[in-house]
Design a binder for this molecule. Structure first.
Ligand SMILES: [Zn+2]
Length: 231
């Protein structure tokens, strides 16, 4: 049996899995093809390998902060992320986190701690987990760098956000986070599942800079290709 699923080769050989597959055949959520009995995490090997790698280090605001990413936010990556976040398949975050480990090992910096970017409190309550924390676990496990969930997202209703124009949204996004800890002399790595415009990471970076962080970098699983460093 040589079927392998996931970028790092998860395998399942046990008889119960074979029997379960015979009784309840499953299909890849991304392409719909029948999954083999030894494949896990809901997607076939081909679809896992179809994720578009994007080891990029992107300069963005504020000055000196860079962001690296593991994959491009293509339609396939979007399906993976939506499945993990909204279908409550938290097990998908582990291979995503291990992709970040591979990227991290190619980067030139070694931060003192990992700061996951917090979700909106409403989302955390509804899901019961924070995607960035789930992704950061594998990174922390592999590198020994501790996760410090020090960033907080302010409670603000999305209805108010929707009424604002683009400039207003930008200002609100910049004030969406707070950090009440002293980070003097500490280098931090901000981790998130997705970067679209970059405004969230920029706002978090400013919080860290105001708290005295000596060095700030970002690492995200997926990066949207329409990223604009001015946003
Ligand atoms: Zn597939």
């Amino acid at each position: 049996m040589s079927n392998i699923i996931g970028p790092h080769g998860l395998r399942r050989y046990a008889l119960p899995w074979l029997l379960l597959d015979a009784a309840l055949p499953s299909s890849c959520f991304a392409c719909g093809n029948r999954l083999g009995s030894t494949q896990a995490l809901g997607a076939c090997h081909r679809c896992w390998m179809g994720l578009d790698p994007a080891l990029e280090v992107t300069p963005m605001l504020p000055a000196g902060v860079t962001v690296a990413s593991a994959v491009r936010y293509t339609g396939l990556a979007r399906r993976y992320l939506l499945r993990a976040k909204f279908s409550r398949h938290q097990e998908l975050f582990d291979p995503m986190g291990r992709m970040l480990v591979a990227v991290f090992r190619q980067l030139p910096y070694r931060p003192d701690c990992i700061l996951p970017v917090p979700s909106h409190p409403w989302d955390t309550c509804a899901r019961g987990f924070t995607p960035s924390v789930e992704i950061a676990r594998a990174l922390s496990r592999a590198t020994g760098i501790p996760i410090r969930p020090l960033l907080r997202r302010r409670w603000r209703p999305w209805t108010a956000f929707k009424r604002l124009d683009r400039a207003g949204r930008k200002i609100l996004a910049a004030r969406a986070f707070r950090l009440r800890h002293d980070l003097s002399g500490i280098s931090v790595l901000l981790v998130d599942d997705l970067m679209t415009t970059g405004s969230t990471l920029a706002a978090c970076s400013r919080c860290c800079a105001e708290a005295g962080a000596s060095e700030i970098h970002g690492l995200v699983w997926a990066r949207a290709t329409f990223f604009n460093s001015n946003n």
